[in-house]
Design a protein around this ligand. Sequence first.
Ligand code: SAH
Ligand code: SF4
Length: 410
Amino acid sequence: MTLSLDLTANPTRDMLRARAAMSAKGSLIGLSRAELGEALVSAGVPERQAKMRVQQLWHWLYVRGVSDFSEMLNISKDLRTALERDFTIARPEIVEEQISNDGTRKWLFRFPPRGAGRPVEIETVYIPEEGRGTLCISSQVGCTLTCSFCHTGTQKLVRNLTAEEILTQLMTARDRLGDFPERGTPDGAIVPAEGRKITNIVMMGMGEPLYNFEEVKKALLIASDGDGLSLSKRRITLSTSGVVPEIFRTGDEIGVMLAISLHATNDDLRDLLVPINKKYPLNELIAACRAYPGLSNAKRITFEYVMLKDVNDSIEDAKALIKLLRGIPAKINLIPFNPWPGTNYQCSDWETIEKFADYINNAGYASPIRTPRGRDILAACGQLKSESERMKKVDRLALEAMMIAGHGEA
Ligand code: SAH
Ligand code: SF4
């Protein structure tokens, strides 16, 4: 059974709407400690108190997960009122929440306009598995890149998401799963039996995270902050199509796990599939991977490889893949292609995928084949009401399929 909570017509919706970040006030979420200190001083906190207040706020925001200043009990009423007047800590509006019978959850979040823009909607997907729960997060609305097998690649970039918007995808998912202290998990939710409900995050939703480097960096440093959301960097994976200069910066400045959308083992084919390859060809990409800091058997790069029938799925391709990755601590993620209306590609036959996977396994690589999750909620998204700023149904189907299929092996 698929449970779909239509939040367009019930009191919960009104409540969420009221709390949604629709105001022009700046958010305190996504600010560094120094920026948070400046914000507090601007709201009237004496300089000498700022550091202590920052610590208190950080704890309320990121450990306790409060989304209302009134819950910050050790902060004086006057200061809470001043903060409320100048700032917001609200979550995005939840337009829809869908729950698949395999426990996969999908939220459609709406973020307010920035400047003269329109509100934007993005999806975030939660995938529970034995012993872990992975959240797939978006970094941009649309994408400037044009990978030929990816439906997002046919859409224009609408805008980059802010650090706040990247983080509130995680924080709102934690709200809804009861993954903050003293919050109950919804009855019947499929989540890991023990510990945290969201154990891993993958930047594998919409957009190219390394084309929104500064905001992604801010968000991931806060997500991995040990005094706050406390996700280990080992459990955060950033997927990129191969923006080489920012791969170096990711290693130096963020230090999370890396996934590379490889998909081809020679420049001619990769130029066609992942056109950023023309700018940063395979030899540069692979060199950046080899130089990624801290690689070991326990800390490997994930190489994503979409299985496209008669394009990149022969045993020759598998051999070339092994040769290309020689010496790099690597995992290989084979992703069955998710077709979308109008595409010229087809998914490889199952037998071909298995042969390919066997070859790679025999060469010593674990190569899980991503089995699609939450298929039933993909079907159900045809039930969404259409709105002018909402993506077309076909676009949404393709994006959802991609997010769920490509959610990684972190
Ligand atoms: N833009 C980033 C992250 C998002 S894409 C990147 O390209 O890495 C997440 C994964 O899904 C990527 O490996 C992407 O290549 C893959 N993908 C995109 N469209 C797909 C499709 N139709 N079928 C299967 N995988 C797809
Ligand atoms: Fe953008 Fe990634 Fe899709 Fe390429 S695969 S178009 S980089 S979202």
